[in-house]
Design a binder for this molecule. Structure first.
Ligand code: NIG
Ligand code: FE
Length: 415
């Protein structure tokens, strides 16, 4: 099956010349291609054809007046949850902090209760429209973490829900195990037993049943300590998992050193990262995933994106979509916040939500840029220039979402 995407005003390739990530200054180079069509064979990018050349294909997709970008990659979400925390939102508007609400028994634990009270089918029904919402934004890879079950049964239930969509969704769904999200109430005073549950039961079961390739942990004064995460990472690494870490959101307690020690895939958050750690992480091959939606939603400080990029870091962006700290299922708004608040340039932002997010997930050899041999997944914006993407706040410019060569979303009202 041959498909041609033709007449686009620009193809923003985000070419990496085979390197599969962009660091520092490289993030500005998007290598746009003009007057070309993309030839797709069986869901994979086969070639770039000059528009003047006529070829026979099975299907043509007309991208007139549009810009073609790689399918957007959402590398950090907690989309699989139940319940609402709008009451906590109101408490915060009245002055309570996110950490105070969590310490008083709200926060992650309140979502945990709602998830434990939900069946597999309930959770499927809740997650399905959220995935479709991301698809309508041009997202073709969506990472989803567990972390709201916090018992053997409920963490596996959540991972099974996410894996249902991994098998049945039209986009790439990437499950991540986040058992080390917070201590559930029954283990609040017995950390050792909860770590044992993760290490001795959950990790081996998840590996055996192929429920996730990556694990994540929350390293914070109010969550897991350096030594506790170190223990979990040691075992996870032996079992062959990719490692990721929520760190330096509220406290800087050694997360960057731990990440470098274990050569993990990504460090995520970094709102309070210090100068010394910026230097260290920028010299490593670890992706730094920035989540400006959290700062916006919590009215909190933003991560030092400019310093990270200027020091040569591999910066990615994501929504961190979750019910407590970033109830924002919208990658376009994150791109806009990155421009307005992180002072990132539009080219850097595009690299951050495509190839570098894909790199954070460990799949950038397959997706995240428009290079021959990669997955034919695209976000096609009805726009004359890439600046339109950050200028149109709250207006969806996606004309087509194409996943593995097939149109999975279209908006015929956009010209
Ligand atoms: O990435 N920080 C930990 N986890 C999420 C928040 C989860 C929640 O509040 O439900 C985050 O910000
Ligand atoms: Fe998160």
């Amino acid at each position: 099956m041959l498909t041609l995407i033709k007449n686009a005003t620009q193809i923003i390739t985000v070419d990496t010349k085979g390197k599969n990530y962009k660091r520092g200054n490289e993030m500005k180079n998007l290598f746009p291609l003009f007057d070309h069509s993309i030839l797709i064979e069986n869901g994979v990018i086969k070639d770039f054809i000059p528009n003047s050349k006529k070829i026979n294909v099975d299907e043509e997709i007309d991208a007139s007046n549009c810009i073609v970008l790689p399918g957007l990659v959402e590398c950090h979400t907690h989309s699989a949850f139940a319940g609402s925390r709008s009451n906590e939102f109101l408490m915060r508007l009245k002055g309570a902090s996110y950490e105070e609400i969590a310490a008083a028994g709200g926060g992650i634990v309140s979502t945990m209760k709602a998830v434990r009270n939900s069946s597999f089918d309930d959770l499927l029904k809740l997650l399905n429209p959220k995935i479709n919402h991301f698809i309508s934004q041009g997202v073709t890879t969506l990472e989803i973490k567990s972390g709201y079950g916090l018992s053997f049964y409920d963490e596996i239930k959540l991972l099974q829900v996410i894996n249902y969509f991994k098998k049945n969704s039209r986009i790439n769904i990437i499950p991540t195990f986040l058992g080390a999200h917070t201590y559930p109430p029954e283990y609040k005073n017995d950390h050792k037993s909860y770590i044992d549950l993760i290490i001795n039961q959950l990790l081996p079961y998840i590996k055996e049943n192929n429920l996730a390739d990556s694990i994540d942990a929350f390293l914070e004064s109010s969550a897991f300590s350096y030594d506790e995460v170190d223990q979990i990472f040691n075992v996870a690494k032996k079992l062959g998992f990719n490692l990721r870490l929520h760190t330096d959101q509220f406290n800087s307690i050694g997360g960057i050193d731990l990440a470098i020690k274990h050569k993990i895939n990504s460090v995520d958050h970094l709102e309070v990262i210090n100068e010394n750690d910026i230097e260290k992480i920028s010299k490593s091959k670890i992706a730094t995933v920035l989540l400006p939606g959290v700062s916006f939603f919590l009215d909190y400080q933003y991560a030092p994106a400019r310093k990270l990029i200027d020091k040569n870091s591999i910066v990615a962006l994501s929504t961190d979509y979750n019910p407590g700290s970033s109830h924002i299922p919208n990658i376009h708004l994150i791109m806009q916040l990155a421009a307005l608040k992180l002072k990132m340039e539009i080219e850097e932002i595009i690299s951050a939500v495509t190839i570098n997010s894909s790199y954070a997930l460990g799949i950038s050899d397959k997706t995240g840029s428009i290079e021959i041999g990669k997955e034919a997944s695209f976000s096609i914006f009805s726009a004359k220039d890439i600046s339109e993407i950050i200028y149109n706040i709250g207006y969806n410019l996606i004309k087509y979402t194409i996943s593995k060569g097939k149109i999975i979303y279209s908006n015929s009202e956009l010209k």
